[in-house]
Design a protein around this ligand. Structure first.
Ligand SMILES: Nc1ncnc2c1ncn2[C@@H]1O[C@H](COP(=O)(O)OP(=O)(O)OP(=O)(O)O)[C@@H](O)[C@H]1O
Length: 316
């Protein structure tokens, strides 16, 4: 689904958010004017290295931290209290209350009558595979179970907007898969989900859009498929009808253009290099020439690498 076509109005809009924290000498600019939009029925994934500002941004969007500049607009019925958030892993639960007591507590806090909060709580614990643990105190649950309970608590009041800061942190593969399926279901129900993660494969599997944050700035933002296919770093794949022989003199010429040769397949980066390489291969018969997508991890490293190269080449 393309949220920009089907849902032209975002449910949440952040304008030029700035946040700075005091440090030993001066200030640390954690967010340097971040703007983003979140649409109904989509998952937007925030990526970025440690300290990039992701948690700060999510906390501001969730209304837990005041920005020093900029503003957040929630364009959906209801207010901040309608949002659901899982922040700092499993720490948003009361450890001495049972899983069900937590859900009843958070449900009533956010406007449900106790009976309804209990019904929703039991239903959600069933959905996240914790029905048998409903009466167990959260402190005695495993980390992965606590994470699932935290997700259930974020959803108990059925919020239209959900913020998840590293929802898969410390959970096993089975729980990750359950969270993935669950997120996709929430999206189908029309929820707007913003999540942060360091797990690129997870992000690639769920994200409709990605935004990469670095040193408090959004350095890339777009629909996942489009940024992967359209990235200047995406290689061209040339498939020959037969592999090049070991002693073929073209091999050295190809390597001079940093082409990667693997059997019948030659990969190159950059349009100009592609033409040079096709000239070297001429007149060998080709099976096909196509553009490959980068993986999200590949794109992430390329962007961060390019930026740090640019920064280190700046005069100091
Ligand atoms: N309360 C605070 N006081 C001072 N500095 C802070 C505070 N909270 C965050 N920071 C600093 O702001 C920067 C951004 O932190 P933030 O937690 O938003 O990054 P992040 O992208 O979520 O990182 P990670 O991937 O490690 O969770 C970091 O340099 C951090 O040390």
């Amino acid at each position: 689904m393309n949220p920009n076509v089907q849902n032209p109005t975002p449910v949440l809009q952040a304008h030029a958010l700035r946040k700075r924290y005091p440090k030993a000498k001066g200030w640390l600019e954690a967010l340097k004017g971040v703007s983003l939009q979140l649409f109904r029925g989509e998952i937007l994934t925030l990526l970025g290295p440690n300290g990039a500002g992701k948690t700060t941004l999510v906390k501001i969007l969730a209304g837990l931290v005041e920005p020093d500049g900029g503003r957040v607009e929630v364009l959906q019925e209801g207010k901040r209290t309608w949002m659901g958030a899982v922040l700092e892993g499993n720490r948003n639960l009361y450890w001495r209350l049972t899983a069900l007591e937590n859900l009843i507590y958070f449900g009533t806090l956010r406007g449900l009558i106790p009976k309804e909060a209990r019904r929703r709580g039991l239903e959600l614990l069933e959905t996240v595979g914790l029905a048998e643990k409903a009466q167990q105190t959260v402190g005695t649950l495993s980390r992965g179970q606590q994470q699932r309970a935290a997700l259930a608590a974020a959803l108990v009041h059925d919020p239209p907007i959900l913020f998840l800061d590293e929802p898969t942190l410390g959970v096993d593969l089975e729980a990750q898969e359950a969270i993935r399926t669950w997120l996709l279901r929430l999206k189908e129900q029309g929820k707007a989900v913003l999540l942060t993660t360091h797990q690129m494969d997870f992000a690639e599997a769920v994200a409709d859009r990605v935004a990469i944050l670095q040193e408090g700035e959004v350095v890339l933002e777009g629909r996942t498929q489009e940024v992967l296919e359209g990235s200047p770093g995406a290689p061209y794949r040339i498939e020959l009808q037969a592999p090049l022989g070991e002693g073929d003199p073209r091999l050295a010429q190809l390597r001079a253009f940093e082409a990667e040769v693997e059997g019948k397949v030659v990969r190159v980066v950059g349009e100009e290099t592609l033409w040079e390489v096709l000239r070297i291969l001429d007149p060998l018969p080709l099976e096909r020439v196509e553009r490959e997508s980068l993986s999200l991890a590949g794109l992430f490293w390329r962007i961060l690498g390019e930026r740090s190269e640019r920064c280190s080449s700046l005069p100091t």
